[in-house]
Design a protein. Sequence first.
Lengths: 514, 377, 307
Amino acid sequence: MEINKDYAVQMRGITKIFNNSVALDSVDLDVKKGETHAILGENGAGKSTLMNILYGLYGADTGEIYLNGEKVNIYNPSCAISYGIGMVHQHFMLIEKFTVMQNIILGTETTDKFGIINTRKAKKKILDIISRYGMKVELKRRVRNISVGMQQKVEILKALYRGAEILILDEPTAVLTPYEIDELMEIIECLKRDGKTIIIITHKLKEIKKSSKECTIIRKGKFVDRVEVQEESEQSLAEKMVGRKVKLSVEKKPAKAGEVIFRIENLCVKSERGLDAVKNLSLSLKRGEIYGLAGIEGNGQKELLEAIISKRYAESGKILMGDKEIQNTSVRNVLDSKISIIHEDRHKDGSILSMSVADNAILDKYRKKPFCVNGFLNYEERDKFTDSLIKEYDIRPVNCKNTKIRNLSGGNQQKLIIGREVSSNPDLLIAVQPTRGLDVGAIEYVHKILVRLRDEGKAVLLISLELDEILDLSDRVAVIYDGSIAGEFTQEEANEHNVGLLMAGGKGNDRENS
Amino acid sequence: MIEKIAKFLKTPFACTSIAVVCGFMVACGILLVTGYSASQSLAIMVNSVFSRPKFIVNVILKSTPIILTALSVAFAFKAGLFNIGAEGQYIISTVFATIVGILCDFHPAIQIPLVILSGVAAGAIFGGLVGMLKSKFGIHEVLTSIMFNWIALYFCNYIALSERFNKPDSDGSYPINPSGFTLLLNDWKFSDQGREFLRNNYFLNDVILKTDFNLNFLVAVVVAVLSWVMIYKTKKGYELRVAGLNPDAAQNAGINVPRNIFYTMLISGALSGLAGALSITGTSLHGIQSLAMFENYGFNGLSVALIAGSSPVGCIFAGLMFSALIYSGQSLQFKIGAPSEIVNIMIGVIVFFVALVRIVPSLINKFLERKAKLDVK
Amino acid sequence: MLSNILIAISITLMYSAPLTLAAMGGVISERSGIVNIGIEGMMSIGALAGATVGYFSNNAWLGLLCAGLAGAIMSLLHAVASITFKSDQTVSGIALNLIGPGLAMFLSRYFFNGATLTIPVPAKLPKIISLKSLQNTAFSNLNIDVTVILAVFVVTATWFLLYKTKWGLRIRAMGEHPAAVDTLGVSVYKSRYFCVIASGFLAGLGGGTVTLAIISQFTPTAISGQGFIALAAVIFGKWRPFGAYLACLLFGFSQALVVMLGGGTVNIPSPLLAMIPYVLTIIMLIVFVGRSSAPKASGVPYQKGER
């Protein structure tokens, strides 16, 4: 394709090398002015890297960037901002302690003499933008007190405030409810009508269909194809993204639910800041079923999990494993009650990044035989066990036993963690966002293991923000909203609409978790 | 070939060596600028350590408390804690060892363990208090440690100058009762027979008679090895490292992180306490002195632990080097009038470069990366 | 009674002034995300530079300025190590604490013929309030150094900088989430350099205050641990300018208590009295502070474009 001023962005031959591996290999991108363009690829395919290069956060090793037909050099983000490029990162770049206002003006403050911040001028401009695109945002509130959907709007506002004409959205729907996604789509429409160009990075096929006209597909750092979205089926898009035939839904036999193994009765838990986070919550899990807990971030999932594993004090109520009450005991006692947990944040909660793979493999069982005898660690047993995990769970590279787990890819880290937890032979496995940040292959693998555990007669509690995952996997679906179970469905009853409605509080409006 | 060199340069040993060399170079530079001969200075420093058996033995003897406080700091580091209170734990240990050593007078078989244990216990309590304040109230260990250092210092002065313990016409206490000494061959070397024997043997005379000949250094080595075993071979050590590297994951694995903090500080304090107690039993004056400011045994331990990269065995060698530097600094001043503080500067610069050379491995990775990029092109 | 109160006020303010200056340096640096444990070293070198320049130039103000500059130069080392080289900030801070006092004594010997005490400056920094002329009245005990005013001014200025200006907004932001600041086109490196150098300058001023206003010369014990106390004040004050100032005042006050009790009729051995400030601080910490929350990104080197 020729360099042409009808195109807002054109990138040519972009190559980027990270730590001896090629993240991007001569990738091209053409985005028409005033349209929504999607960049489709798996996690780790290089989509974000490509956009970070466009935004000036990374320098490309080779390649050229053209904006509106003219060659530009983008050295850093302020350069990008001056060219009218704005970016909303997948992990929001917001200062939680600051107010919405402060976050928006940060870096381009309007000031009086002596650099004293004067928000009056800025406020007018921001209110203009807000009313123009119909975004409901309260400027005075602190970011940590507003919902994730609201935070995303703040991020978009930040870019528009800086005069963005080209807006990059990195996985914008990952954390939103169905209702919020619709709202976002409206905002995008509105922006497009105003002549703005939107680039959406995503690995979700449905959204591409909804939002974009054209789509560039990247796989393993290489350009695969550039397609008209309407002419492709979801299946063909998926195959181009992954590079082989994929099954879009999880294959599983009907559940054979057994006796109730785990119960929560009228649980109340307070949050870090002393507010009621879990309110009178009750649920029960049977052997042989996957119980999906859907809900938007910040509705008490974190506190619920922490109370289950006795990391947080349960104000009232009971948590029962079998017939044994386990609330307010100790994490160790919970683990010893045959409960295993796959934590959401595998770096922060599930592994020790600067320890070896082998040391990480025994993290939940280091104190038990045969790994520990008379207070001394048995390194032979540890290594033997690690080797068996590496083999069984196909962790790569094969000889990674003594390398730091930090140097493994996200998928392999997660495989190790899952292998570790599953090998403890739990009666209840709690999996929180177990596929976050993984590529399709790894996701399929994780799902398969969860189903396998279920078929072996274990109970699986799946807590996830991704509604699709919950709907695909769960035999029963519950929605947590504002610290309580807002409703329960069987797999047959549950669909995006009725679950999504409960996730948003039944009314489908903006909810604030203060 | 390049890969091999790169791999070697990435080792902690190579990094530390680079830092040490840099420290020496900067110190020489400062000496040159201020008008002293660098080569002469170096010669004096080397001489002052190696020219007589006595010097070597003294360096080893003086390294003992530094190695032990370094182990104390390194131990806490492994658990993610910053024990800047080693100084206070050392001091409080000398105080209690002295008190017990003066008040009691049993057979050495009881007296020696008693004196040492009271010092160790005092240090452990000081460390444990810091740990408890952190785990119970969440108060930063650096903050409380700094306060406890001063409390120890003034308590030391109080005891040293108190009526019961003050040796008249001095700023210090009485020495402890000789039954608590851990000197080796002490009675023999001052007996006629011993003197007679040593007179005919220059080497032994120098080593045994002219120094506070004791086995404290061996204790330090044994403790270093035990620390290493504890940290890397035991369940407790694993818990400690996990809790230090990632408290959240540690908690999720069923490790009681607050209790871990408490025990780590307790043990760390005990190690500094051991340093203090052995100083009282093993070296003259066998008592405490009123202090105008810190004697830096704990702070030196901190530097040594940093230079050793918190490796227990590394602490032995770094402690020996440290001790040699301090020892040679004194003769530098004595011989050519160059301020002995040049040694402090040198040590500071070494620590500074220890901080800098941590990036050597990543620099090498960058270099390899660049090479890889060229290959790709 | 009145005279006692006035003495107490004088001593409190006098002792707290150098701590306050150094602590403000700590606040600025830590709010930008750089842990500065090397305040002690920067104060030492400032104390020496102040006394030396003050003596040779016969101008205490020039001495004070040079004290600040010396601290700033020293802090440059910390900045290079912790920002450009991304090394462990604690280690490089400790290194400064080793280099600073060592270098100060080395230079003292170099400039003053081998003495670790410098020759007293001819004129100390002036007093802003000194009512010695009102002899025999209680007011003759009120005695306030100009540095006390300087300290109050610096606290106010720090607060103003951090909470009212755009630079302050950016500094606070990069102590919490440097990547966010970077994506908005503000250079984290440059701003952090500024903050660390400013903290060195203030620590140096603090050191100079000791040798130019409180005592009139540099001695090996002039700065013994005050940098650490200032560091403690930063944490105690929850990384806020006025909080840290209060902590410094508390510390100055307990020093005053020591002096007053020592001179009084109560018969307590002086070493025990000298413990009061430290014991008091710990008690205050237990009672009032509890879990303190440092700036989120404090101590974490910022790596641009880290994956």
